[in-house]
Ligand binder design. Structure first.
Ligand SMILES: [Zn+2]
Length: 84
């Protein structure tokens, strides 16, 4: 679903780091290099990010946003722009 805001084990705030992590991975860095650059040292935090699966756009059609077509169109456009 959405990236957890905090690590389940230690409580470190991870959500703001996730987009930066994805950006580093897309730029060709290995996950280890990306974690080191972002300062994510503990294996519990690394586990939380590595095991995350983005299913947000899979559940959007079943949510209340379906009743707001303009907002849904914007979301879908942004999703496909970010995931090319
Ligand atoms: Zn942690």
């Amino acid at each position: 679903m959405l990236i957890p805001v905090r690590c389940f084990s230690c409580g470190k705030v991870l959500a703001p780091l996730y987009p930066k992590f994805l950006e580093l991975i897309r730029s060709g860095k290995t996950p280890k290099e990306a974690f080191e650059e972002l300062g994510i040292d503990r294996y519990c935090c690394r586990r939380t990010i590595m095991s995350h699966v983005d299913l947000y756009m899979d559940v959007v059609p079943f949510g209340p946003i379906v009743n707001r077509p303009a907002r849904l169109k914007k979301l879908v456009q942004r999703y496909f722009k970010d995931n090319k």
